[in-house]
Design a protein around this ligand. Structure first.
Ligand code: AR6
Length: 180
């Protein structure tokens, strides 16, 4: 499924983000930038040591990647040239600023994308795995944040994909995009 928002096409795909042939893929990382499971583990395995090394250098230089912010590294052996790592919020019931922090992840990733001449970017469903953010709510935050940016005239990549791993997640994003 896809939808045009101003100059940006949003496309929903079911699959494995490590295979995405785009300028940059986004990693649902942690604020320490140490490898984890889920999509983070898959990206580090497929991308190789160059990604791990750059994350280690960033951690030494600036201490990591606070929740709601993002950093960019090489894509190593991935088809994507770069990986944008962002740390999503851990779901704590919804009253701990989770939605603003999740929106900030999408904004910061897209800001880094623009600064680095990224014309096509692929996102996973940030925070909805280990971090427990309800997928339906997260899909609305993700898509509404991108729509607001695209329609405000902020420079955003021409192509934004969501590469969603499982049926339930894909279906939540289809529903949210249909209602956008
Ligand atoms: N391609 C696309 N999506 C994937 C893939 C893949 N190869 N593998 C898993 N997903 P999660 P979080 C989906 O847990 O909730 C890590 O340990 C998965 O099904 O990866 O932000 C980090 O190091 C789910 O829909 O990320 C952090 O410590 C979505 O990606 C922590 O987990 C996000 O699930 C971050 O947790």
């Amino acid at each position: 499924m896809q939808k045009q928002l101003a100059h940006t096409t949003i496309e929903l795909i079911q699959g494995d983000i490590t295979k995405a042939a785009v300028d940059a893929i986004v990693n649902a990382a942690n604020k320490e930038l140490v490898g984890g499971g889920g999509v983070d583990g898959a990206i580090r395995r497929a991308g190789g040591e160059a990604i791990v090394q750059e994350c280690n250098e960033i951690r030494k230089r600036q201490g990591g990647c606070p929740t709601g912010t993002a950093v960019i590294t090489t894509g190593g052996n991935l088809p994507a040239k770069s990986v944008i790592h962002t740390a999503g919020p851990v779901w704590q019931g919804g009253d701990a600023g989770e939605s603003d922090l999740l929106a900030s992840c999408y904004k910061e990733c897209l800001r880094l994308a623009s600064e680095n001449e990224v014309n096509s970017v692929a996102f996973p469903s940030i925070s909805t795995g280990v971090y427990g953010y309800p997928t339906e709510k997260a899909a609305n935050v993700a898509l509404q944040t991108i729509r607001d940016l695209a329609e405000s005239g902020t420079k955003v990549p021409e192509s934004i994909q969501f590469v969603l791993f499982d049926d339930a997640t894909y279906n939540c994003y289809v529903e949210a995009l249909s209602e956008l």
